[in-house]
Design a protein around this ligand. Structure first.
Ligand code: HEM
Ligand code: HEM
Length: 181
């Protein structure tokens, strides 16, 4: 019997979103330090469209997950590790939800409407308020710092399972790594 694994849509969404989030993070840091120019405004717009897209993909992913439960973790895995894995996954979902919302709230408070792909204007969630915009900018940055730390822990755990414990946890998300029985 082959080792339990996530469904193909769950795997595709996991890896596509991982790439998108790393890209958004890098572009966010890059654009922050650009001098004011038409290029800077363009990159800000791209960041905002891609961020809203990440949010919509998250909704799709959660809907899929609600109907397709992940395979159970190996019974041999200690209880504390199972709890830590579940807790970390919940926190990652929470951040994938809170980061785009904080970005949208920040842009609204700063008075810059988000127009998805330059076509679909999204409603501003807050009235213009510079001071609140600055607070929300701090929130957006702080949540991103948490995401970076948790993703590093998540990556470290996945590599430890694969290289040290030599179990099939990483192969649940990357099936071609599955070991022969
Ligand atoms: C999961 C999605 C997102 C990620 C990972 C992300 C990540 C980041 C990062 C790393 C920064 C740089 C922070 C810094 O300079 O320290 C940033 C800045 C920014 N983000 Fe996002 N972001 C996301 C979604 C959004 C969305 C949906 C919006 C708006 C609709 C948005 C609007 C902004 C703006 C306006 C800035 C620049 C703040 C400034 O320097 O004035 N972001 N983002
Ligand atoms: C922005 C980057 C990433 C995010 C936000 C993220 C998020 C998540 C979440 C929320 C889950 C739980 C899925 C569920 O049970 O519903 C998960 C599972 C998983 N992720 Fe990631 N991930 C990221 C990057 C990575 C990377 C770089 C690796 C490893 C190289 C990785 C390996 C895995 C594995 C192996 C699982 C399955 C764990 C299990 O079987 O319980 N992820 N990821």
């Amino acid at each position: 019997m082959s080792a339990p694994r996530y469904t193909t849509p769950a795997i595709a969404l996991h890896w596509f979103m991982a790439l998108l989030l790393v890209g958004l993070f890098a572009v966010g840091l890059y654009m922050h330090d650009l001098p004011l120019s038409p290029w800077k405004l363009k990159v800000y717009s791209w960041h905002k469209w891609a961020g809203v897209t990440a949010f919509l993909l998250l909704v799709l992913r959660l809907a899929w997950r609600a109907g397709h439960r992940p395979p159970p973790l190996p019974a041999a895995m200690p209880r504390w590790q199972q709890a830590a894995a579940h807790g970390l996954h919940h926190l990652l979902y929470l951040l994938m939800f809170a980061i785009p919302i904080s970005g949208w709230l920040m842009s609204s408070a700063k008075g810059f409407q988000t127009v998805w792909f330059g076509v679909l204007p999204l409603p501003d969630l807050l009235a213009k308020d510079e001071a609140l915009g600055d607070v929300l900018k701090g929130v957006h940055m702080g949540l991103n710092a948490c995401l970076a730390l948790l993703v590093l822990a998540h990556l470290g755990a996945a590599l430890k399972h694969h290289l040290v414990d030599k179990d099939d946890i990483l192969a649940r998300m990357l099936p071609w790594l599955a070991r022969k029985p």
